[in-house]
Design a protein around this ligand. Structure first.
Ligand SMILES: Nc1nc2c(ncn2[C@@H]2O[C@H](COP(=O)(O)OP(=O)(O)OP(=O)(O)O)[C@@H](O)[C@H]2O)c(=O)[nH]1
Ligand SMILES: [Zn+2]
Length: 205
């Protein structure tokens, strides 16, 4: 991996300008000292800088908003449901700063003008909110609310299924436990049949 922000951008990993990397480096050195390690030994010497770069990527979403990714909105006259399933996501639990990861499913029904966005933009939107210190519930509602605001669809449904390492590698230690959260707006909230149709598509392999 290279340090160059330009190279990272071409790989699709924007480096946030908001993250204060020298400050993270100092803090990581302190943590290493606090756990009784020697931050100057060979294997750890570059670790504070590595962690700072990794955090810049992991938390790049703090410097972004939905308006940065939902840039392509066009009218295609399509008024039926659009559903992107199994969008892989990696986020960071804000309680323990360890990862939670899984998939998001994002569906919406365009408005009467048939306004839609590029399919990749929905995946980018998930990343904007995943690359922040998060709880799964907030991630789910933020994606739903952003689609509502920017596409003004007849409805949106977001389902997130994730495994939290804070429940797996420490604490209660329940590997395999999956948390499922959903947020429904508009027609998906008001119409049972519409919601049921989306859920059956989401649950189908
Ligand atoms: N609702 C919700 N809880 C989360 C999420 N990620 C982690 N948690 C929970 O946050 C809680 C924090 O509980 P605390 O009692 O403050 O912290 P703790 O002593 O480390 O808790 P344990 O994990 O039970 O050891 C835990 O129950 C975690 O499982 C999330 O995305 N949503
Ligand atoms: Zn946690």
């Amino acid at each position: 991996m290279t340090d160059s922000a330009e190279d990272d951008l071409t790989l699709g990993h924007p480096i946030s300008t908001e993250v204060d990397q020298p400050r993270i480096e100092k803090a990581v050195r302190e943590i290493l000292l606090a756990i009784g390690e020697d931050p100057d030994r060979d294997g750890l010497r570059d670790t504070p800088a590595r962690v700072a770069r990794a955090y810049a990527e992991q938390f790049a979403g703090l410097g972004q908003g939905p308006e940065d990714v939902l840039t392509t909105v066009f009218e295609a006259g399509h008024e039926e449901m659009v559903l992107v399933k199994d969008i892989e996501l990696y986020s960071t639990c804000e309680h323990h700063l360890v990862p939670f990861y899984g998939v998001a499913h994002v569906g919406y029904i365009p408005n009467a003008k048939g306004q839609i966005t590029g399919l990749s933009k929905l995946a980018r939107l998930v990343d904007v909110y995943a690359r922040r210190p998060q709880v799964q519930e907030r991630l789910t509602t933020q994606v739903a609310d952003a689609v509502m605001t920017h596409l003004e669809p007849r409805g949106v449904i977001v389902v997130v299924e994730a495994e939290h390492l804070c429940m797996t590698m420490r604490g209660v230690r329940k590997p395999g436990a999956k948390t499922v959260t959903s947020a429904v707006r508009g027609d998906f909230r008001n119409r049972d049949r519409t919601r049921a149709e989306a859920m059956s598509l989401i649950l189908r392999d």
